[in-house]
Design a protein around this ligand. Structure first.
Ligand code: ATP
Length: 620
């Protein structure tokens, strides 16, 4: 008999209860360790042994997967959330579908309904609290389930899809459980343990190399087997072809001034795409795709990308890191993140209107040089980028290399941010060119992300008037070719008095270009309303009211509009900066907060208001 065939699940759930209530990681680990020693019957003489060696790997695996269900790659998802679990309980408890308790389980989020109950859940808005209240007088006081039996039932539940069969399995699992066991089984199924301790701590306690092993393999079973070996130690973090490695993560850093100090040897600035992370493993003619959380997404993306990868990638074996995006041909833009899974997972034929693009930004493994090890994550980013350029020929619209520019200063960051946001990217990713690839950690000396939303900005609710328009072109623009996608915006030099001032006396101060913040529908509406009034902008003879604005290079719009036909936009922006391309001032990272159909053209803000907001803003 193995340990887990012998040990009771009830004792394990008592340990989970105590762990969740204990304060601090140390106290929590002590509870787990005592339990570990108790079930493995480790005597005090060998009590210093590493937990990974106290039990056979299969026993350790059985317990760890119940302790850390979110890391269990063999039981990825039970295919249900709270609602599905509520239905299973309604069936097991044989509740009338219309009964109050059945409603409570289904509408566990509804505080009004819960408050009508005799027993109000301990925590409103918590499924587990509602479940506890419903189950309280319906569970047995004792149980004889073993850890192995729970795992067996969960394995079955995980693989069986048929509804009635699932009910039977669940019934068998929980019908003789105590209340506490029921709650923890539900937590394991929903992978919401809330033990108050990070999985990283538990893995490090289990074995000093367990966390690194996890980051390289994402396999709990393998960790248990590896860490059981005497002297097991991960010396170099080498990517294993076919095993998903933890992806590098970006840290948020709002303090722009700090970034050059964090990355003193310079950095690369890349657009932040709003897609889905993809780690692509190529082994000969086969590819495997893994998500940010190491889920195998080969079924989703493999069919779309395989032939393009085989065509464009010049390496027998390699691991590429990037972002997968869905391109909408009609809109001439990448779809929002949610739409990718919507289209791809529903297996809707993408047809001619959509295609999947893999934007590659890194290479982690390549078999090129027979004398060198294939895993290259220890190489600095600048070297990996060079290798990447050498093996990927991005001549296919589905395979592209992420563009990047070099930077060293805060100004470089602000400029990149401004450009990328203008181009409708989500923000900027800043990467230290001298650093190796870091698995699964956020380190602001390695990779930083910046999004305009991080900067609520200093300029709120500035009302600007659309003075000109730029035609959408290119790959990333969010609108059909030939229609305005960005607008030249400006303010009144001083207040306009409808009864006194003549239209020709009005001076306009151009302060920038805006192209984000509105939805596709809002933009279409703007385009339709303004379409009759656009006039081609001739640089040699600009319209009278824009004559004083120095419009240089890409600040010259394709069209202009008479102010009286135009529309006011309320914008938010990060800051005001001096500018030599507009009328002396420009706003950074402007975003449209609302389209003011209700405002007259002369009701927009004035230069004075802008200057006041500049004075109250502190740059960077
Ligand atoms: P977010 O919700 O901001 O995307 P996240 O928690 O999913 O954050 P982070 O590590 O914080 O992940 O941010 C980096 C993510 O941004 C990556 O996981 C990747 O999916 C995406 N991304 C988009 N463009 C890039 C890029 N050029 N370089 C690296 N990551 C990028």
């Amino acid at each position: 008999m193995t340990i887990v065939e012998r040990e009771s699940f009830r004792v394990f759930t008592d340990v989970l209860e105590q762990t969740s209530k204990a304060k601090g990681s140390e106290a929590k680990l002590k509870i787990i360790e005592d339990f570990w020693k108790q079930i493995s019957r480790v005597s005090s003489s060998n009590a210093d042994d590493c937990p990974s060696r106290m039990m056979e790997p299969s026993d350790s695996f059985s317990v760890l997967r119940l302790l850390l269900p979110e890391l269990d790659d063999e039981r990825r998802s039970f295919g249900m959330k709270e609602k599905g679990l509520a239905e299973l309980y309604i069936s097991v408890l044989e509740l009338d579908s219309q009964s109050f308790d059945a409603q409570r389980l289904r509408r566990w989020q509804d505080p009004n309904l819960q408050q009508q109950a005799g027993e109000i859940p301990a925590r409103l808005g918590s499924f587990f609290s509602v479940l506890e209240a419903v189950l309280r007088h319906r569970c047995s006081d004792t149980s004889c389930l073993t850890i192995a039996q729970v795992n067996d039932s969960l394995n079955e539940l995980n693989t069986v899809l048929e509804k009635e069969k699932r009910k039977k399995i669940f019934h068998r699992l929980v019908s003789n459980c105590t209340l506490t066991e029921n709650i923890w089984i539900s937590r394991i199924i929903l992978k919401e343990m809330h033990l108050g301790i990070r999985f990283e701590h538990i893995l490090k306690w289990f074995h000093p190399s367990a966390l690194e092993d996890y980051r390289l393999t994402h396999s709990l079973r393998r960790i248990c087997e590896d860490c059981f070996q005497p002297g097991f130690h991960i010396t170099s973090q080498d990517i294993i072809l076919g095993q998903p490695a933890s992806v590098s993560l970006a840290k948020r850093q709002e303090n722009l001034q700090r970034i050059p100090y964090l990355m003193p040897d310079g950095f690369y600035l890349e657009p932040k795409f709003d897609g889905e992370r993809l780690q692509l493993h190529k082994k000969g003619d086969e590819i495997q795709c893994f998500s940010r959380n190491a889920l195998d997404t080969t079924n989703l993306y493999g069919p779309h990308l395989k032939s393009a990868i085989l065509l464009c990638v010049d390496a027998q074996d390699c691991v590429l890191d990037g972002e997968v995006l869905l391109y909408n041909v009609e809109k001439q833009s990448f779809e929002h993140f949610d739409q990718i899974r919507h289209y791809v997972s529903k297996d809707i034929e993408l047809g001619e209107n959509f295609f999947i693009t893999f934007m590659i930004f890194d290479v982690l493994y390549v078999d090129q040089n027979q004398n060198a090890p294939p895993s290259i994550i220890s190489f600095p980013l600048e070297t990996r980028k060079e290798i990447l350029k050498g093996i990927v020929r991005p001549f296919h619209s589905q395979i592209r290399l992420v563009p990047y520019r070099e930077g060293r200063t805060v100004e470089d960051i602000k400029d990149a941010m401004e450009d990328f946001v203008q181009q409708k990217y989500e923000g900027v990713v800043i990467k230290n060119k001298k650093k190796p690839y870091v698995l699964g950690e956020r380190d602001d000396e390695v990779m930083i992300k910046l999004k305009p939303d991080y900067f609520t900005g200093f300029i709120h609710d500035l009302d600007v008037l659309i003075l000109g328009a730029f035609i959408g072109t290119g790959y990333s623009k969010q609108i059909r070719l030939g229609k305005p996608s960005h607008f030249l915006i400006g303010l009144l030099e001083k207040d306009y008095d409808e009864s006194h001032d003549r239209l020709s006396d009005v001076n306009w101060i151009v302060i920038g270009k805006v192209g984000s913040g509105y939805s596709y529908e809002q933009l279409e509406c703007l385009q339709d309303k303004l379409a009759p009034f656009w006039k081609p902008f001739d640089k040699k003879s600009p319209p009278e009211h824009l004559k004083n604005s120095l419009l240089k290079a890409d600040a010259v719009p394709d069209y202009w509009i008479e102010p009286c036909h135009s529309v006011v936009l309320t914008i938010h922006a990060y800051e005001v900066r001096p500018s030599s391309i507009y009328s002396g001032y420009a706003v950074r990272f402007p975003r449209v907060a609302s389209i003011r159909w209700d405002k007259k053209w002369y009701e927009c803000s004035t230069l004075e208001e802008l200057i006041v907001s500049q004075e109250t803003s502190s740059v960077g």
